[in-house]
Ligand binder design. Structure first.
Ligand code: NAD
Ligand code: DAU
Length: 343
C-alpha cells in the first residue's frame, strides 16, 4: 500500500504519518507539504530517514508538479489533509483558503482520476454543519445535518466536500470523507486555542478568551482521529461521509481553566477579548455511524489527553519556541539544503 499524505507537515498530517508508520509497517508514505507558515518539517524529524517514508515539498494547487508526482509514485490512496485551517486567518484573508482548500482538492482528485488511484480520502471538518444552540444539548451533528457554514474557512471546506461528492457521482471516483471535531495533542500549531493557551501561560502572558468564553467545542485527541481515518481507509464504504468525534464537549473557558490548573498558573491570566466575527456557538458530533459500521471509538478521555498534551509542550519547548521565534522556517534548508535530488 502506497499512500500520499498531503499536508503531512501540519498538525494532524504529521500525527497521521507517525501513526501509520508505527501501526501499519506494510504501508509506505509520501508526505507532500508546501511548508506554509503552518507546516513544520521538524515535526517529521524522527521519521525523515525511515525506509517507508519520503517527504516532498510541493503545492497541491500546482497541477504539473502533482501530476508528475502521481506519475512517479503510483499511489494506491491519497489522504488530503493539506489546507489553510485557521478560522481567524480566513476572516482576515479568505482568498488563499478558497485556492488551497477548493482548487487544491480538485487538482488532487483530477490526478487520482488520471492515475486510477484506488481511494481519495478528504479530511473534512464538523464546521461544515455550522453551529448548534447552547441551550439544546440534545442536538448533535449527524451526517444528514444540512451544510450551513459560518466562516470563509468552513465555506471553503464545505465546497471541497461537495466537490468530492460530485467527483464520486459524476466520475465514479472512489472517495470517502471524514468530518471531525476539534483535535488537540502534540505538534499543534500555537495559534489554535489549546497550544496558544499552554505556551502563553508558560510565559505568564494574558490568555485571550473570545467573547464570554462560553462557546463549546467537542475535543478529540489527535491519535483517535488518525485511527479513525486509518479505519475508514481500510474498511470504509466508498462514497460515504463519516463523522468523527468523541462526546467531549467543553466550553472554551473550562478548557483554559483546565490548562491553567495543569500548569499551576492562576486563573487571573485569563483576559476576555472581543469576540470572533461570526463565532460558532457550539459543535457536537454524533459518531454513531463510524462506531456502528467500523467499530471506531475514541480511546483517550479529555482529562488524560489534556494532561498528555500539556506534558508534551513542557517536554518539547524547542519545537514551539522555534515557531515563536520563526526559526522553524529554516528547517527545510537545514534538513534538505545539502541533499541531492534523486531522479
Ligand atoms: P494545519 O494548518 O496544522 O496543517 C495544514 C498543512 O497543510 C500545513 O502543513 C501546510 O503547510 C499544508 N498546506 C497548506 N497549503 C498547502 C498547499 N497548497 N499545498 C500543500 N500543502 C499545503 O492543519 P491541521 O489542523 O493539521 O488540519 C489538517 C486538516 O484537517 C485540514 O484539512 C483541516 O481542515 C482538517 N481538520 C482539522 C481539525 C482540527 O481540529 N485541527 C479538525 C477537523 C478537520
Ligand atoms: O471543529 C473543527 C475545527 O476546529 C477545524 O476544522 C479547524 O481547522 C480548527 O482550527 C478548529 O477550529 P476552531 O475555530 O474551533 O479552533 P480554534 O482553536 O481557533 O478555536 C477554538 C475555540 O476557542 C473557538 O471557539 C474560538 C476560541 N478561541 C480561539 C483562539 C485562537 C479563543 O477564545 N481565543 C483564541 O485566542
Amino acid at each position: 500500500m502506497k499512500l500520499l499524505v498531503t499536508g503531512g507537515a501540519g498538525f494532524i498530517g504529521c500525527n497521521f504519518v507517525h501513526y501509520m508508520l508505527q501501526n501499519n509497517p506494510s504501508t509506505s508514505l509520501v508526505a507532500l507539504d508546501l511548508l506554509t507558515y503552518a507546516g513544520n518539517l521538524s515535526s517529521l524529524e524522527s521519521v525523515i530517514d525511515h525506509p517507508n517514508f519520503r517527504f516532498v515539498k510541493g503545492d497541491i494547487t500546482d497541477r504539473e508538479a502533482i501530476f508528475a508526482l502521481f506519475e512517479e509514485e503510483s499511489f494506491d490512496a491519497v489522504v488530503n489533509f493539506a489546507a489553510e485551517s485557521h478560522v481567524d486567518r480566513s476572516i482576515h484573508n479568505p482568498g488563499v483558503f478558497l485556492t488551497t482548500n477548493i482548487l487544491g482538492t480538485q487538482t488532487l482528485m483530477d490526478a487520482c482520476r488520471q492515475y486510477n488511484v484506488g481511494r481519495f480520502h478528504q479530511v473534512g471538518t464538523d464546521e461544515v454543519y455550522g453551529d448548534l444552540p447552547l441551550d439544546r444539548p440534545d442536538l448533535l451533528f449527524t451526517e444528514e445535518t444540512p451544510i450551513h457554514t459560518s466562516s470563509p474557512y468552513s465555506a471553503s471546506k464545505a465546497s471541497a466536500d461537495l466537490l468530492t461528492q460530485a467527483y464520486h457521482r459524476t466520475y465514479k471516483l472512489p472517495i470517502t470523507i471524514s468530518r471531525c471535531s476539534n483535535n488537540y495533542g502534540p505538534y499543534h500549531f500555537p495559534e489554535k486555542l489549546i497550544p496558544l493557551m499552554i505556551t502563553r501561560a508558560l510565559h505568564d502572558q494574558p490568555l485571550p478568551v473570545y467573547g464570554n468564553g462560553l462557546n463549546v467545542r467537542d475535543w478529540l485527541y489527535v491519535e483517535d482521529h488518525c485511527a479513525a481515518i486509518a479505519m475508514i481507509l481500510e474498511h470504509g464504504t466508498v462514497g460515504e461521509v463519516y463523522n468523527v468525534g468523541g462526546h467531549n464537549e467543553k466550553t472554551n473557558l473550562d478548557v483554559v481553566k483546565t490548562i491553567l490548573d495543569e500548569l499551576g498558573k492562576p486563573h487571573s491570566l485569563i483576559e476576555f477579548v472581543t469576540d470572533r466575527a461570526g463565532h460558532d456557538l457550539r459543535y457536537a458530533i454524533d459518531p454513531t455511524k463510524i462506531h456502528n459500521e467500523l467499530g471506531w471509538t475514541p480511546k483517550t478521555p479529555f482529562k488524560e489527553g489534556i494532561q498528555k498534551t500539556v506534558q508534551w509542550y513542557l517536554e518539547h519547548r524547542d519545537w514551539w519556541q522555534d515557531i515563536l521565534s520563526g526559526d522553524y522556517r529554516n528547517y527545510y534548508e537545514t534538513m534538505y539544503g545539502n541533499r541531492e535530488k534523486v531522479s
